[in-house]
Design a binder for this molecule. Structure first.
Ligand code: MGD
Ligand code: MGD
Ligand code: MO
Length: 859
């Protein structure tokens, strides 16, 4: 048992990690328990000046500097409640009515209870099922769901360890991870300005400094830098926004809701109906064209196909001029406001700000607003002083050298040599895009255009056609998941619930720290640890202040019988005689190897680093002299061609015209596409008569996707939960008072939101902070099914998202901005109607699994 009393350890505690650490904090431990989590002081063990503190000075003299301590968010301060959650899987579990030697009852997954078994028995079962399935069907019958965000652990990686073992066994089918955060940029923007690998502006070096010195305004077009950086890198982006205000640089928010950053920092809020941004963008271009508010010569020297775009905007193509008056009823933004915005923009140095891209980048036809944004940026001379596309969360994004708008550190500590986690670019023979999993389980074969559908692939990959299964491979018969939250994070969760109960699936094994979501559909559950319970190495790359490399000491003993993800898979590897090849060393050896390959040896020795617990990488010398984002291209486009086929901005995409000339859902010239063959999720579609609201599903303020919904400290916030008359804490739904008045809804009412795909409950929060015609409920709440595949109490609105992908030839996710209706429900009556099913698992007050799903020994 490791020493765990009276000490302080350092941990990166961000929840978006896949080997990339963030949100570092100090954890004080007493008597083997977490006492408190607090900021760590960079200068506690090092001289602050050695870090070369940086400084950005605005033209009015306002100054932005890093703090001398890390900037954790409420999610980190409260993390001990997640570690000690009563939802922790206490020991290995087996579903009672799943018998590997008899009846398997797939149809009761999600409602059958569990019994305790030993690690020995659990790993015997997993090993023998693997052998049987490989022998009967071959390796591709095993689907590995091993991607996902979560705790950033390196040796004890949260996601991916099963892939290593399955590789040693002969292969598997990979659930390919979408470019989820950036669907529209990937499927759309890459075809107008290239910008591989992400599709957002590459070359953002020193963009923020340029904005501070030369910018007049940042349009926050669908971002919330006071909420989403909580998941990525800490509180710095909120400080950056305050600095913009001090610097006299205006912030205009274009969003359907007055989100948390807008409420604190907006000089102006322009409410827009969800996913109608493309119409607004077209109308802005119209004003510029009609009023001559752009430099045509400059645009033509940097692009191809502008005439085609002009023809579409002015109405030459379809007879509809995209005027402000045309856009006003579609977008909810008045013609007057559109003209004022267009004129202001053309006369000032304006940048567009994002975090990942906002809801519209994960909505139907998201390729179009992404491309149209590039049209607008280009018409106003991208790269001119103070003008670019800036991401408030991209501080050292994935170590890509040129996506770095804030001052650069000398080095990004490299963890790859010992990272056991999932690699985004794994190249298995057989894979299924994450959006198509339910279909691939229930109705194979599946065909798609769009290549590997893995974030970071080059644009040309999108033109490859693929099939599942590949020739020689068969159907899926087993799932091994270390990321059991598909239902509440992807597109069409009710369909996934049906897939998980499909007889094709003979065995599901989940390894997870908490009993929730898809884990409650597994046949065997292996309990895994949080990072507070292990020794590890990690980095911190996203703070926007300094990079760090941390020696993460174990803080507290393992909870229950849990093992780390790496160790849990190791126990199965032992049963298969593959442990040595799987593990590649001891924990101690790997931590040392990790440090030696991190690039940090030039600063200090391994022993010094172990002793201190962390090292702060200094700011690069002369970082101010780095290249200035797109300035060289702005000055001379021929000096650095873009990665489009013509090397220029393509208002008319030559590649789309060549590969998909007839695709009206993603035509060569970007369009406003309200609905079409793939989707009808628009207020302009007749379906809106029945489902008259668009649902906004932002990234949750008090969670990171599916993580943290059981955190009792978070659940106390009024914006986190709404207490129903039955005492259950429901997921809030923001309703504008104008809509609420018509529907006779009141603050605190419990309602169902619904469409043909099912219904989800929530609690009304009346607020003028959401535009009439839209409702807003955060994404990622825990599934608490009343009727599986139909009706949910937890507020997991992904259950009723569209299953169809971005568009016909774009297999991206559509999880935001879809049609629903809302109606008040009487939960006390409902409880009578569904006496057994209602609130099967979650305790109404604490939200904990009331241990009702585990049958105790002796009972
Ligand atoms: N409606 C709607 N849906 C969306 C979005 C949206 O905007 N709206 N956004 C999309 C985006 S951008 C993303 S990135 C995805 C996120 O989707 P995911 O990456 O799938 O979601 P997460 O909840 O972050 O993480 C996956 C799982 O990892 C688990 N986990 C955390 N730490 C560990 C660990 O140490 N070990 C193990 N075994 N498991 C661990 C979590 O509990 C969770 O079950 O959601 C997408 N879905
Ligand atoms: N707390 C927390 N932080 C997170 C995460 C989390 O789950 N929780 N997830 C992390 C991940 S993986 C990612 S990808 C990023 C996501 O970062 P983003 O993509 O920026 O986050 P979203 O919440 O989807 O959207 C941001 C804002 O867009 C606006 N918006 C929504 N729909 C529309 C629309 O149709 N049009 C316009 N104009 N605006 C719209 C809303 O005001 C919303 O607050 O956040 C990361 N950080
Ligand atoms: Mo994301």
């Amino acid at each position: 048992m490791p020493e765990t009393s009276g000490k302080t350890v350092y941990k990166s505690l961000g929840l978006c990690g896949f080997g990339l650490g963030s949100n570092s904090a100090a954890v004080d431990v007493k008597d083997g328990k977490i006492l408190r989590i607090r900021p760590m002081h960079y200068d506690e063990k090092y001289d602050y000046e050695s870090m070369r503190p940086w400084k950005i000075t605005a033209r009015n003299g306002a100054v932005l500097e890093p703090k001398t301590h890390t900037l954790p968010t409420p999610l980190q301060y409260a993390y001990k409640k997640r570690v000690y959650s009563k939802n922790r899987v206490p020991y290995p579990l087996k579903r009672v009515d799943w018998d590997p030697n008899g009846e398997r009852h797939p149809e009761t997954r999600g409602e059958a209870k569990y019994v305790r078994i030993s690690w020995d028995e659990a790993t015997d079962i997993v090993a023998s099922e693997l052998k049987r399935i490989y022998a009967e069907y071959g390796p591709f019958a095993v689907l590995a769901q091993i991607d996902g965000h979560g705790e950033s652990k390196i040796i004890h990686a949260a996601h991916g360890c099963p892939g290593k073992l399955l590789d040693l066994l002969g292969g598997y089918t990979l659930q390919a991870r979408q470019p989820d955060s950036w669907e529209g940029w990937t499927w759309g923007a890459k075809h107008i300005w290239g910008m591989d690998p992400v599709g957002k502006q590459a070359h953002t070096e020193n963009l923020f400094k340029d904005i501070a010195e030369n910018g007049d305004c940042v349009i926050m077009w669908s971002g919330d830098p006071e909420t989403t950086p909580w998941g990525w890198g800490g509180m710095m982006p909120g400080r950056v926004e305050s600095f913009l205000t001090e610097a006299g640089i205006k912030q205009i928010f274009i969003t359907p809701d007055l989100n948390y950053a807008a409420a604190a920092h907006a000089d102006k809020w322009i409410p827009v109906l969800p996913n109608t941004d493309a119409a607004l963008q077209c109308a802005i271009a119209y004003v510029w064209m009609k009023e001559g508010l752009y430099d045509r010569e400059w645009v033509e020297s940097h692009s191809v196909g502008f005439d085609w775009f002009e023809r579409y905007i002015l109405g030459g193509e379809d007879g509809v001029a995209k005027t402000p008056a045309w856009a006003a009823p579609i977008t909810g933004v008045s013609a007057r406001q559109i003209k004022a915005l267009a004129r202001y923009w053309a006369k000032h140095a304006v940048s567009i700000g994002h975090c990942a891209g906002g809801g519209l980048i994960r909505a139907a036809y998201s390729s179009e607003p992404a491309r149209l944004e590039v049209c607008l940026l280009t018409m106003q001379q991208l790269g001119k002083p103070g003008a670019g596309q800036i991401n408030f969360m991209d501080v050292g994004l994935f170590g890509i050298d040129d996506i770095y708008p804030f001052p650069r550190c000398e080095l990004q500590p490299d963890m790859n040599s010992v990272y056991h986690g999932w690699a985004m670019l794994t190249e298995p023979v057989n894979f299924i895009p994450k959006t198509l999993i339910p279909q691939a389980i229930m109705n194979p074969p599946v065909h798609w255009s769009g290549g590997h559908v893995i974030a970071g692939m080059p644009a040309q990959d999108q033109f490859i056609e693929w099939d599942f299964p590949q020739p020689g491979a068969g159907e899926i018969h087993m799932i091994w998941t270390d990321s059991p939250c598909w239902q509440t994070c992807w597109n069409g969760g009710n369909e996934m619930q049906r897939a998980l109960r499909h007889p094709n699936l003979q065995f599901i094994v989940a390894q997870h720290p908490w009993l929730e979501n898809d884990a409650l559909f597994a046949d065997i559950i292996l309990p895994t640890t949080t990072k507070l319970e292990v020794n590890d190495i990690s980095s911190d790359l996203f703070s926007g202040q300094y990079n760090m490399i941390l020696h993460e000491e174990q803080a507290v003993p393992h909870v229950g019988e849990s093992l780390s993800d790496w160790e849990a898979v190791g126990e199965v590897a032992k049963k298969l005689g593959l442990y040595e090849q799987y593990a590649e060393g001891t924990e101690e050896e790997l931590i040392k190897k990790g440090f030696e390959n991190s690039g940090c040896e030039k600063y200090l020795t391994y022993e010094e680093w172990m002793e201190k617990g962390y090292f702060v990488v200094p700011t690069a010398e002369n970082w101010e002299n780095d290249r200035l984002h797109m300035r060289p291209w702005y000055e001379d486009p021929d000096s650095e061609p873009l990665s489009t086929p013509t090397g220029k901005i393509e208002f008319y995409s030559t590649a789309l015209a060549e590969h998909y000339p007839d695709d009206v859902e993603r035509p060569p010239v970007p369009h406003f596409v309200p609905y079409g063959e793939s989707h009808s999720e628009s207020l302009l579609h007749p379906r809106a008569k029945e489902y008259p609201f668009l649902l906004i599903t932002n990234h949750p303020r008090w969670r990171v996707h599916a993580n943290n919904d059981d955190n009792t400290w978070m659940r106390e916030f009024e914006t986190c939960k709404v207490k129903g008359p039955d005492g259950y804490l429901y997921e809030p739904i923001w309703v504008n008072p104008l809509d609420a008045g018509r529907l006779n809804l009141h603050d605190g009412d419990i309602c169902k939101i619904f469409n043909e795909r099912g219904a989800v409950l929530g609690g009304v929060r009346l607020s003028e902070r959401v535009i009439p015609g839209a409702l807003y409920q955060d994404h990622g709440a825990r599934v608490d099914s009343i009727v599986i595949g139909e009706f949910d109490r937890g507020g997991a609105n992904n259950l009723i998202c569209p299953s169809n992908t971005t568009s016909k030839n774009c297999p991206g996710e559509v999880t935001n901005s879809f049609l629903i209706n809302i109606a008040k429900v009487d939960v006390l009556e409902l409880a009578k109607q569904y006496p057994v099913e209602f609130a099967k698992f979650y305790d109404k007050d604490t939200g904990h699994v009331a241990e009702s799903c585990i049958i105790k020994e002796g009972r």
